[in-house]
Design a protein around this ligand. Structure first.
Ligand SMILES: *Cc1c(COP(=O)(O)O)cnc(C)c1O
Length: 399
């Protein structure tokens, strides 16, 4: 939990500046706010860091995904290719927008693969919602090619990949629209918050209005602004934005520390016969948030997770441990269980969700162990974690 690890005086100072004025709302109130615009400043930091032309901060990563879909024109009845390995919010955003998820295989990058997307073409998708899992980019070149070839709208959920790049370009900038999360478990945090990015002015204007009941944010009389479109309240508050601003300024430091710590653990575990790793199409672009081990089979992975737990090493296998990230735990989704009728209930789902055939995903997730990397580990702590992780894995794999 890197962002929360380094919460300190800088965050308190930024939040205090908001509390001194009482200007908690991100729009207007010029007389109150004494020139302090935390959401705007946060957006400027995100633009500077990612290189995106436009950034728009919102209330969460989930609402940022909703903005990314809406601003890319993806909505009612649209079939959207999604991965079976992601945080559930990705799928919820599609379903609640009236879209119809089409599940496709991931591969050893832990992200949707071009082959998986090709196989899903039979379901007639209009868009791909690509998720960059565990802090690193998907295999962008073949994915961009298949999207171009079949005129699929590419939208990126980089909810857990701020600080990840592919050949120098930030994730979130390959598609028409993209987004990041600043929730409490991400590389930097607002407590709750997210940000939408794009290089297209029109998409930015749509997301800006969509996240605030359609307000155009033109002119200074909020009640009298034109309402170009319908929207909803996905606004971020100034207090949350202030925290995120301080955190964004620490992002590069966090990233460098995590990459260094990860490399120490990686090279140590690489010496254990049978241990493989998640494929990184651009290792230099990795944000370093997780070390992802791929063991020879699911039995070995499950045994190694248990051994790690006994050694107090925080290794996660998404098949067994965590209810929110892999499709084999999502019966409520397969049932389309919901509080109220959804578009998918009327239009029908594009695949038989209870009978999906995603062999590569099943294989990879079964063998995966994700190890969260801390940026605040001392050298001694890092050494101890490495020693205990290696001991745990060797007890299962021998050697
Ligand atoms: C965390 C996350 C989200 C949702 O972000 P919140 O800020 O928790 O709403 C969406 N997609 C992915 C891939 C995530 O990891």
């Amino acid at each position: 939990m890197p962002g929360t690890e380094v919460f300190g005086d800088e965050e308190r100072r930024e939040a205090m500046q908001v509390l001194e004025t009482g200007a908690l709302f991100r729009y207007g109130h010029e007389e109150l706010r004494r020139g302090r615009w935390k959401a705007r400043d946060l957006e400027a930091e995100v633009r500077g860091y990612t290189g995106a032309r436009y950034a728009h901060a919102v209330s969460s990563g989930s609402t940022a995904v909703a903005c990314a879909l809406a601003a890319a024109g993806v909505g009612h009845g649209d079939r959207v290719v999604v991965p079976p390995f992601t945080f559930l919010a990705t799928i919820e955003a599609v379903v609640l927008a009236g879209g119809l998820p089409v599940f496709a295989d991931i591969d050893d990058t832990l992200c949707l693969s071009a082959d998986g997307i090709r196989e899903a073409l039979a379901a007639g998708p209009r868009a791909v919602l690509l998720v960059h899992m565990c802090g690193a980019a998907a295999d962008m070149d073949p994915i961009l090619e298949v999207c171009r070839e079949h005129q699929l709208v590419l939208v990126e959920d980089a909810g857990q990949a701020l600080g990840a790049f592919h050949r120098g370009t930030s994730v979130g900038r390959f598609g028409r629209t993209g987004c990041f999360s600043f929730d409490f478990f991400k590389i930097v945090t607002c407590g709750e918050g997210g940000v939408f990015i794009t290089d297209e002015e029109e998409a930015y204007r749509l997301a800006d209005a969509f996240s605030d009941h359609g307000h155009s944010h033109v002119g200074s009389n909020r009640g009298m602004e034109p309402h170009p479109i319908l929207g909803f309240n996905y606004r971020i508050g100034e207090l949350n934005a202030a925290i995120g601003l301080a955190q964004m300024r620490k992002l590069e430091w966090i990233r460098e520390r995590k990459r260094a710590h990860k490399e120490v653990l990686r090279s140590r575990l690489a010496g254990v016969p049978g241990v493989g790793f998640r494929r990184l199409p651009d290792p230099e672009g990795d944000s370093g948030t997780f070390l992802n081990l791929l063991l020879p089979d699911a039995e070995a992975a499950s045994a190694a997770v248990a051994e790690m737990a006994a050694e107090d090493v925080p290794g996660v296998n998404y098949w067994f441990v965590n209810m929110y990230h892999f499709i084999n735990q999502w019966d409520h989704l397969k049932d389309l269980a919901s509080a109220a009728p959804l578009a998918a209930h009327h239009l029908g789902s594009p695949q038989e969700y209870h009978a999906l055939d995603l062999p590569v995903s099943q294989d990879v997730i079964g063998r995966l162990i994700s190890l969260g990397i801390r940026c605040t580990w001392s050298e001694d702590e890092l050494d101890a974690v490495g020693e205990r992780a290696e001991r745990a894995v060797r007890r299962v794999l021998g050697g």
